[in-house]
Design a protein around this ligand. Structure first.
Ligand code: GUN
Ligand code: ZN
Length: 439
C-alpha cells in the first residue's frame, strides 16, 4: 500500500499515558488508565484518529513518523480556576484573602481598563499556560469587558479550548473597579453572544464572589444563566473563614454561602466553585444534589493560608473536582506543582493522593469537571488532539532519582513531586505544535 501523505495527518511514536476512569472509582487503579510504553498515535484534522501499540506495519502507512521515544505524552493539562489579570502580581507577600484582594489584586486589575495592556498580558498568559503544558483553562478576566475580548482574541490565535468571563462586581471594591447590576448583565450578554461557542471558546458568567455583588447583580447573573443554560458559571466559595462570616452578614436571610448562589440560580452541572474548603454537611449535600463542581486550588490555598480541601469527602459525595492553579494567589502555572502541593494537603489530613489520581485530576478529571469529557481529557478516538510531551528527567536531581525507579507509579510520583515547566518538552493544541522548549 502506498504511504499516506496527507499533510493534515500526524503520526507520533512515544510512550503514552491517559485515563479512561477516575482511579478512585475502580477496584484497581490499573483499570483507570492506559499506559503504552511504545505506542503510535495518529492525529487527523486536529483529532485523535487512533492510539495503539507501535508496530512496523501500522507505521509504514505514514510517510513520516515523529519519533519521541524516551518521552511521555499525556493529554494537555486542564486548569479549572485561574485569573489571567493576576499574572504579574503572583507571589505578593504577607496577606490572607481579604487583605490580599485590597492590597494587591484590586490595584493590579485596574490596569485592564486599557485594552493594549490587556492584550500584552493576555499574550504572556497564554504563552505561560502552553509552556506549562496547560491546553485548556477556565479563566477570570477583570470587570472590564475588553479584558475578556483581549484574552479570547489571543486564545483564538492558537485555537485553544478556553472558557472565560468578565468579572461582575458592583460593591465592596474600589469605585473604578465597579460595574452595576445592569451594566454587568448587559456586558456579559454581549460577550456571550460574541464568544460562546465561537470556535473552541466558551463563556462563563463570573460574579467574583458573593461579597462583591449586590442581590440585584446576583439576580441578573441568574437571569443570564436561565437565558443561556449552556453557558458556565464560575465564582469563589468558602475559601477563607473571614470571608464566610462576611457573606453571612451580607446575606443574613440565606442558610449559608452555597445557598446564596443556589438562591440566585447560579448552581448546577456547569457551575464551578473555586476552593470550597470550609463546607458544612448541608453544603456538601447541596453540591451533590445540584451536581455543582469544585475547583481544588492547592498552591493558592497554602499560599493564602486558606485551609485544607477535603478531596476524599468530595469523592465520597460523588462531586466532580478539577485542579486550579488560581494564579495570582496560586504560586505556579504548573499543574505538576499543583499536584505536588495537593499531595501535601492530603498528607496534612492523614490522607493520600496517588500519582494516578493526581494525573487523572489534571487531565480527564478536569475535562469531566468542565463537562468537556466528550471533547478533551484523553486519547479516545475522535477527541481533540491537545497533548503535552514530557521529559521525565529535566534536572540532574530527577535523573538521579529515576535511577532508583522501579514502577510506572513511582516514576509518575517523582514527576508529580519534582516536576515543573522544565519537564515540558512541547505542547500541542488541536494537533498543532504551539510550544517547544528551547534546546
Ligand atoms: N475571592 C474573590 N476574588 C478572589 C481572587 O481573585 N482570588 C482568590 N483566590 N479568591 C478570591
Ligand atoms: Zn480565584
Amino acid at each position: 500500500m502506498p504511504a499516506v501523505k496527507k499533510s493534515n495527518l500526524r503520526a507520533i511514536r512515544s510512550s503514552f499515558l491517559h485515563f479512561l476512569n477516575d482511579p478512585s472509582k475502580v477496584d484497581d487503579s490499573a483499570q483507570a488508565y492506559q499506559y503504552i510504553e511504545d505506542g503510535l498515535m495518529v492525529i487527523e484534522n486536529g483529532k485523535i484518529q487512533s492510539l495503539q501499540v507501535f508496530n512496523e506495519q501500522a507505521a509504514s502507512l505514514y510517510s513520516h513518523v515523529e519519533d519521541k521515544r524516551g518521552q511521555l505524552i499525556m493529554p494537555g493539562f486542564i486548569d479549572t480556576h485561574i485569573h489571567y489579570p493576576q499574572t504579574e502580581m503572583i507571589a505578593s507577600y504577607g496577606e490572607q484573602l481579604l487583605e490580599w484582594l485590597e492590597t494587591y489584586t484590586f490595584p493590579t486589575e485596574k490596569q485592564f481598563l486599557d485594552k493594549d495592556y490587556a492584550q500584552k498580558i493576555s499574550q504572556f498568559f497564554i504563552n505561560e499556560l502552553l509552556k506549562n503544558g496547560t491546553t485548556s483553562a477556565l479563566v477570570y478576566g477583570t470587570v472590564h469587558p475588553e479584558s475578556v475580548d483581549a484574552l479570547f482574541e489571543q486564545a483564538q490565535k492558537v485555537d485553544m479550548r478556553l472558557i472565560a468571563g468578565k468579572v461582575m462586581m458592583d460593591r465592596n471594591a474600589p469605585d473604578d473597579l465597579l460595574d452595576t447590576a445592569q451594566s454587568s448583565y448587559h456586558d456579559s450578554k454581549m460577550l456571550i453572544e460574541k464568544w460562546h461557542n465561537n470556535g473552541r471558546l466558551q463563556y462563563a458568567i463570573t460574579p467574583r464572589f458573593a461579597p462583591t455583588s449586590t442581590p440585584e447583580q446576583l439576580t441578573l447573573a441568574g437571569k443570564l444563566k436561565s437565558e443561556y443554560p449552556d453557558v458556565y458559571v464560575q465564582t469563589h466559595l468558602s475559601e477563607n473563614k473571614d470571608e464566610i462570616e462576611w457573606v453571612k452578614s451580607l446575606y443574613p436571610e440565606r442558610a449559608g454561602y452555597f445557598d446564596v448562589y443556589e438562591h440566585y440560580g447560579l448552581t448546577g452541572s456547569k457551575s464551578i466553585f473555586g476552593h470550597s474548603i470550609h463546607l458544612t454537611e448541608e453544603e456538601w449535600a447541596s453540591f451533590t444534589r445540584t451536581e455543582s463542581v469544585i475547583s481544588f486550588c492547592p498552591t493558592s490555598n497554602l499560599f493564602l493560608g486558606s485551609g485544607l480541601f477535603d478531596l476524599n469527602k468530595a469523592e465520597k459525595n460523588n462531586i466532580r473536582v478539577g485542579v486550579g492553579t488560581d494564579v495570582g494567589a496560586g504560586t505556579s502555572f504548573s499543574q505538576l506543582s499543583s499536584l505536588n502541593e495537593a499531595y501535601k494537603i492530603m498528607q496534612l489530613q492523614g490522607k493520600k493522593l496517588s500519582p494516578f489520581k493526581g494525573f487523572y485530576l489534571a487531565t480527564l478529571g478536569g475535562a469531566e469537571s468542565l463537562s468537556l469529557e466528550d471533547k478533551i481529557g484523553n486519547f479516545e478516538a475522535g477527541k481533540e488532539a491537545d497533548f503535552v510531551v514530557l521529559n521525565w528527567a529535566a534536572t540532574e536531581l530527577q535523573t538521579l532519582r529515576y535511577k532508583e525507579t522501579a514502577s510506572l507509579e513511582d516514576k509518575l510520583f517523582a514527576l508529580m513531586m519534582l516536576g515543573d515547566d522544565r519537564n515540558i518538552h512541547s505542547t500541542y493544541v488541536a494537533g498543532k505544535l504551539v510550544y517547544t522548549a528551547k534546546a
